[in-house]
Each structure stands twice: as C-alpha cells, then as structure tokens.
Design a protein. Sequence first.
Length: 281
Amino acid sequence: MSSVCPVCQTPYENGVLCCSVCGWDLTPESIEALRRQPTHLEWAKSMWERQRSHLETTPETPQTNRLDSLETQLELAREERSHLAQQLDWLIQTVASVDFSRIDRTLSRLEQWLDTDDEAGSLASDVGLDYRPLQALLERHRWREADLWTWDAVLAIAQRDVEGWLRLEDIASFPHTDLDTINNLWYEYSEGRFGAIVQAQIWVESGENYSDFCDRVGWREAGNWKRYEDLDNSLDSFAGHLPVLAWRKRACYGTGRATASESLAAWMSRFSGNRDDGMMG
C-alpha cells in the first residue's frame, strides 16, 4: 500500500521515512504536523518548487546536484528553525498569560463537587420537587426568574398555589429539607450574597425591626417602599436582597392575611439556633 508525499506528490511505500525526490521527512509525526499546520505545508511546497526550478536551470552533473541538494536542505533547516522559534515564542507568551490561580480555584471546586456523595443530595426534596431548573437559573445569574421560580415552588410545596399566598402555619410547617435546598442554592450561586440565611443574619442585626431590615436589604429607600418590579436583580444589589418570600407586590404589604413583617419573622424563625451553621457550610 502506497501514499503520496505531501510536498512533491511523489508516491512512496509505507515504511519509507524520507522522500526519494524532495527529501522530505515522511515519518507519521511529520505528516501529522503538516496536517495540523497548513501554512507549514504551503511553505514546504514553495521551498520544493524553488529547489526544483533551480535544478531545472542548472547543468545536470552529479556533483552540482549533490551540492544544490545540500544547500537546499540547509536552507530548509534554517527556515524550519526560524518557524520553530516563532512557535516557541508564541508558546512562551501563551503560558505567561495563563491565570494559574484561577485554574487552581476551578480544580478545587471541581474536586469538591466530585467528592460529593450524590448531586441529588444537594437538590434534595421531601416532596419530590426537581430543583434543577432553579439551579440552572441561578447558575446563569438570572435572578428575577429564579426568584419567581422560587415563589411558585414555595406555593406548590405548601399546596397554596391556587390561593397564591401563604398562611403563617404554612411557613411554620414548610419542609426543612426543601428549605435547606432552596437556601443553599441561592447562597452558593450568589457567592454568599443572597439566600434566607443571609437575610436571617441581617434580621437579627436589625433588632428584628422590619423597616430597618428593609433599609438594609434594599427593599426600602429613603423611606419609600420598593415595588417588586423595582428590585435590583444583580449581584451589585444589597446583601440579602433576594429571594423575596415575605411579600410580592410591594414591600410594605404582606401576602394574604399576614403582614410582610409577620411573614418575614415567620421565615426567619426557621433559621434560628444552630441551623445557620449547617446552611453556611
């Protein structure tokens, strides 16, 4: 079985390591390198054309042909060395620009993820709810859509999606596992800025005063209560800005019969004691 020299197109049998006409290296490594570097192949072809043209215009004596062949090979070697030097410079510049610390952080996060016993454990639900859509929204930083999804999920879990609001007893009996999953997802993908556990800490620091709390999380500004559509859905917003579970239309109004302050206090009480240590971990 034969192949064709990529430079001068001369047929050769498998196992031949050097072209008998142009002298090109026919090892598999050389052929693969030419395939990966089309510009290198074009350069080799042009060098062969120069050599062949020179041979055609030079008297054909064995001595002359041999000298010309050596000269051509030397020229090819110089050109190849120059080409390799350029590639080495490019490689050095590329390596110098690599952010190894960032790669290190990424590998560490990947290692932590691989060490997790089961991804489903981080998305656990006592009622069989699939939290992957919320995870995908938070991962892409689509905060408003994630908040809307969270509210719909909370209503569905409490079986209050028809009414569209929660009673205080619904908050008190909300499953711990789902509460943890929702909070952990918000906390992780917001880099610790969002989530109920962040809100619980601010709630305590605010002396459990709803107005002060709203000022600190950006739900009220200069005494004006924010409407839901006016919230800042970005990581540049206040810590604890999201998710919104105590109100929906405006921060000074609650949902259903409970006030926003009562609803918030009910949610925050679910994160009291030592539960915050587990959530933050």
